[in-house]
Design a protein. Sequence first.
Length: 81
Amino acid sequence: MNNKNEIHFRKANETDIPVIWEIIQQSIERRRKDGSQQWQNGYPNLQTVESDVSKEFGYVITVDNEVKDTHIVAKLFLPEV
């Protein structure tokens, strides 16, 4: 029996948005409970997630094809090559 998990880092797609939003909401609540002011003013919001995915900035980590984490990778300040 093989107990290895399949772990992948890939670009997010539109079908990932509900899970990404759920992960972010959990993070917002965790920050609030920890007393942090970060992410407590309505940002990020669902529109931010949708925009990041459409711009191909959104990435997810999957374990056995299930989204477990989300990241934004954007080259906002890098000069064009």
